[in-house]
Design a protein around this ligand. Structure first.
Ligand code: SF4
Length: 375
């Protein structure tokens, strides 16, 4: 089965840490949805697996998109693909945009999963991040969605914030646990090149958090969520049983996906391709037969690296026999010895024939993974 991702590149205002491609919402008009539909009609032939099980509106801020535009895009997917009888349809929303009528509209459109960008339940942290909502608005939005009937809600939280402590992170986590949500995505704050936050760090106006505290925050995440019935199924994702993100799991389990909209990426097992990160160039690209789309073929080296990068971060891991076979066939002696080193050190384990990183070591997953890549 495959998935469809729609990148909605409009934000009411830019957050200080964000480097996703987005522009001001004043540039949003119906032209956007029309171009997405046009792109879908032209690009759909690139996906071999014709049964779509998930549709994901990400961004940017998809909750800025009028319901009529969302409807137009969902209808067009039905015209181009066979849609699973019970598809997962997710929309990322900003807490400020959630009203009872918006929640009702989403349900009417068949959206059955909401991913809400909360980031923190502490007002000072939200102001630091440049978010436009406060903690109470986030709580109200979640309750509004639940009252409307949503029972599959994910919230995003960020840890590792400058000036945060173990106690402040504990507070946000426990607030989240009180809200009867089904899914949690937790990311360490990253300092992306070119963002206002990174400029402040470079000028010495913001001090990054001590790595030791970040690591303790990560361990706390593990403790608090597991005590509340969550499964840490991917480095940054935790969910109650039966509520793993089907769309994102598709990325980690090597399923095909079509990405529509500026900067969106697509994959069909043979190649990966991505749209330009500019609305104008993306529109020109559609009109010119995808002149500005870049791509890379998936050769055996890329396939190996992608298997390591995606699967090792999950509870599914990699089939150990398969991995050993690929390592032998590609003569990857240094990687074999790195594998042995990490297995001996307990940073990798083999469970039921699958090799994986134990969740308590997820914090150092990047360094383990980088040791196992073909460079
Ligand atoms: S974090 Fe989300 S809301 Fe903020 S600028 Fe980035 S995409 Fe927009």
């Amino acid at each position: 089965m495959s998935g469809i991702y729609i990148h909605v590149p409009f934000c009411y205002k830019k957050c200080s840490y964000c480097d996703f491609y987005s522009v001001g919402r004043n540039r949003l008009n119906e032209d956007f949805a029309n171009h997405v539909v046009e792109e879908l009609k032209l690009q759909n032939i690139n996906i071999n697996d014709r049964l779509v099980k998930t549709i994901y509106f990400g961004g940017g801020t998809p909750s800025q998109l009028p319901a009529s535009d969302i409807q137009k895009i969902i209808s067009a997917t039905h015209g181009c693909f066979a849609i699973d009888s019970n598809p997962e349809i997710t929309i990322e929303v900003n807490p400020d945009d959630i009203t009872p009528s918006a929640a009702k509209e989403y349900l009417r459109l068949g959206i059955n999963r909401i991913s809400i960008g909360v980031q923190s339940f502490i007002d000072a942290e939200l102001a630091f991040l440049g978010r436009r909502h406060d903690a109470q608005t986030a709580v109200n939005a979640i309750k509004t969605l639940q009252d409307a009937g949503f029972d599959n809600i994910s919230i995003d939280l960020i840890y590792g914030l400058p000036n945060s402590t173990l106690q402040s992170w504990d507070f946000s986590l426990r607030e989240a646990m009180k809200l009867n949500i089904q899914h949690l995505s937790c990311y360490h704050l990253t300092y992306e090149e070119g963002t206002p936050l990174t400029r402040k760090v470079k000028k010495g106006r913001v001090q990054t958090l001590d790595e030791e505290i970040s690591e303790k925050q990560f361990q706390l995440l593990n403790q608090v969520t597991s005590a509340n019935g969550f499964i840490h199924y991917e480095v940054s994702n935790l969910a109650k049983p039966d509520y793993f993100s089907r769309h994102n799991s598709g990325y980690w389990l090597d399923e095909e996906y079509l990405g529509l909209g500026p900067s969106a990426h697509s994959y069909n097992k043979l190649k990966r391709w991505w749209n330009p990160a500019s609305i104008e160039t993306w529109k020109n690209s559609i009109q010119s037969g995808f002149e500005y789309v870049e791509s890379e073929p998936i050769d055996s080296k890329t396939r190996f690296n992608e298997m390591i990068i995606t699967r090792l971060r999950t509870i599914w891991g990699i089939d150990y026999d398969l991995l050993a076979k690929v390592i032998n066939s590609l003569n990857l002696h240094p990687i074999r010895s790195q594998l042995g080193k990490h297995l001996k050190g307990g940073r990798l384990i083999i469970e039921n024939g699958k090799i994986k990183i134990p969740p308590k070591r997820y914090f150092i997953s990047d360094s383990i993974i980088s040791d196992l890549l073909i460079v």
